[in-house]
Design a protein around this ligand. Structure first.
Ligand code: ADP
Ligand code: TPW
Length: 578
């Protein structure tokens, strides 16, 4: 029986179908067929039964307090597993809350699918005022890599397949899939339903540039006096760790890891120029970007931050990324794994060699910078009240004892200083505010890392940053996840020493909270640390327990720079700071 004839008979006599299914079952069956193991979301009309059924079918459903955090979790799951993370939201407001994360996933090139229930089309489209009325598809379109809507239960399998393929193929991103309540409730013949589902085959196929493109890049590198490789989070996402390491080590080219590419090669690798970043950018004459965009995080490739004569090689899956900021002399459009493998195959032994003068120039500057930093770290060790760097050194040392632990990081100073202080040894173990510099990813990312890996997670949070997803502490405790949230609490956005207004209101940047008390309300363990030693003891104990914990680190309110290291982006105007 075809679906059309089933409908006809439905319209006439009662259907003589012994086996029926519905939209809700079909969504779950399609997800399972595509090996989805976890769904992150918040329930309500019309998706509560969908969450229940997903859980009953063996999919792990993680129920959040806010869709934004659930969405961030799905995005992080996508980055960590290479399969789209799934976020489930209710209509209109729930959908919009999740949309921030979908947009952030798209901007960061993380694969994610937001599946949202939606209200009755015939009411929404005539704007008759339905419960949670909104044209979600139209709203999602501009913030997502793609947006689709399913109108018939028989198309659910197609919709999910299309969403999964779109999320992971080419440049990964966030895909929106709208499933109206009526479709979730639609009943169809079970055999027809089963036949309408399929498993996506090879959703992110390998892509290799041709020999001429490879040779062009190799020759450029071979002729360089001061070559540099920049590794971005696209390189980490590509899971080509061995190929990248081999290429970097075989050629001896110095490399700079962007923040989420840290650990792709261990941060103490002798070819890392993380400690001499500005010199490396300013002087490099041939730069090979691997899964990294020349966006604001790299000063758009502009002089004087960069050498104005620098030539760029760019390895990227998205051809339209190339030439977006600087001329790309040697484009290598393809997936990082295939490109690096092909480069390794075609580079002749000794063809790319790094002049000793360049290595020496970098290591001399690096020694200077490391010495300067060592001085700052030493001073912070004993400073009281505790400084960011005092707490961060303690965290760094405990993390060295736990190299498998994931690190999540957001804030301004909390982000900049932790990124520079805490080395990563393992790929894809650092998750942070990313391309947008967004606050609110913290606990969602941490939950995804714990759920997807089962390994411990340390979320290093500015006190303002923490507040954006702080209620997810309850989620962490409810699911008993091995996450230690470390709040670097300097009582403010950026810093906590601004005076109150003349009328007695707190300054716009002021905050006040004792965060360790929060987690105890949910059954987790709270610690308060006022010295680096107390941070060490608390973090060691919390990681050993493997249970939800929060350490409120009391930091000097006068420590911290407004806007961290991107203060230059603040508009100047004529206002004078009080
Ligand atoms: P970062 O912020 O670390 O510099 P970006 O997010 O700016 O990194 O850049 C990531 C780049 O990686 C994007 O341009 C994206 O198209 C690209 N990318 C993502 N996955 C792959 C892949 N598998 N192969 C090649 N390029 C990829
Ligand atoms: C969604 C603006 C950037 S950084 C930051 C805010 C509010 C918090 C900085 O204070 P914090 O860290 O976390 O206490 P620290 O170490 O400097 O004291 N809303 C969103 N995203 C961004 N980026 C902001 C606001 C912002």
């Amino acid at each position: 029986m075809t679906i059309a004839s089933l409908r006809e008979s439905e319209a006439g006599d009662a259907v003589n179908a012994t086996q029926l299914t519905d939209g809700i079952h079909l969504v779950v069956d399609a997800l399972k067929l595509n090996e989805v193991e976890a769904v992150y979301g918040v329930v309500g009309i019309p998706i509560t039964d969908l969450a229940r059924l997903a859980q009953a079918s063996g999919i792990r459903f993680v129920g959040f307090r806010h869709e934004s955090a659930a969405g961030h979790a799905a995005a992080a799951a996508g980055f960590l597993t290479g399969k789209p993370g799934i976020c489930l939201t209710v209509s209109a407001p729930g959908f919009l809350n999740g949309l921030v994360a979908l947009a952030n996933a798209t901007v960061n090139c993380f694969p994610m699918v937001q599946i949202s229930g939606s209200s009755e089309r015939h009411l929404v489209d005539l704007q008759r005022g339905d419960y949670e009325e909104m044209d979600q598809l139209a709203a999602a379109r501009q913030f997502a890599k793609a947006a689709y809507r399913v109108h018939r239960a028989e198309d659910i399998g197609r919709g999910i397949a299309r969403a999964i393929r779109t999320a992971v193929s080419g440049r990964p991103g966030g895909v929106y899939l709208d499933i109206p309540a009526a479709v979730l409730g639609e009943v169809i013949d079970a055999d027809l339903g089963a036949a309408s589902l399929w498993r996506v085959v090879d959703p992110a196929p390998r892509q290799v540039p041709d020999a001429a493109a490879l040779d062009r890049a190799i020759e450029l590198l071979a002729g360089a006096q001061r070559p540099l490789v920049v590794l971005g989070k696209g390189a980490a996402y590509a899971r080509a760790d061995d190929e990248i390491r081999q290429f970097v080590e075989l050629t001896g080219v110095p490399y700079l890891p962007m923040s989420m590419a840290k650990g792709l090669l261990p941060d103490d690798h002798p070819q890392s120029v993380a400690s001499t970043r500005s010199l490396a950018l300013r002087r490099a004459d041939v730069v090979m970007l691997v899964g990294a965009r020349l966006n604001w995080l790299l000063g758009h490739g502009d002089a004087p931050q960069w050498n104005s004569g620098a030539k760029f090689i760019q390895v990227d899956i998205a051809s339209t990324e190339l030439d977006s900021n600087q001329p790309i002399a040697a484009p290598l459009v393809g997936d990082v794994g295939s490109v690096m493998r092909a480069l390794l195959e075609r580079t002749k032994p000794g063809q790319i060699a790094v002049p000793a003068s360049w290595r020496d120039e970098l290591s001399a500057r690096s020694a200077d910078n490391v010495a300067k930093m060592a001085k700052r770290l030493k001073a912070a060790e004993t400073a009281h009240p505790m400084k960011f760097l005092g707490a961060l050194q303690a965290i760094r040392d405990v993390l060295r004892e736990n190299p498998r632990a994931y690190v999540v990081n957001e804030g301004a100073n909390a982000l900049d200083l932790a990124r520079n202080t805490i080395g990563m040894q393992v790929p894809r173990h650092r998750l942070d505010s990313g391309t947008w510099g967004v606050m609110g990813i913290g606990l969602g990312f941490a939950i995804a890392a714990a759920v997807e890996s089962g390994d411990p997670v340390v979320a290093i949070e500015g006190d303002s940053a923490f507040g954006f997803s702080g209620m997810e502490l309850e989620t962490i405790c409810r699911y008993g996840l091995p996450i230690v949230t470390v709040v670097l609490n300097n009582s403010g956005v950026y810093r906590g020493d601004a005076a109150a207004s003349a009328a007695g209101d707190p300054a716009p940047t002021a905050l006040r909270a004792q965060h360790d008390l929060m987690i105890t309300a949910f059954g987790g363990k709270g610690y308060r640390a006022t010295t680096p030693d107390e941070v060490t003891t608390a973090l060691r104990e919390a990681l050993a327990l493997g249970k939800p914990a929060l350490i409120d680190c009391i930091i000097d309110p006068a420590d911290g720079t407004e806007s961290g290291n991107i203060a230059h982006l603040n508009p100047k105007g004529i206002t004078v700071k009080s």
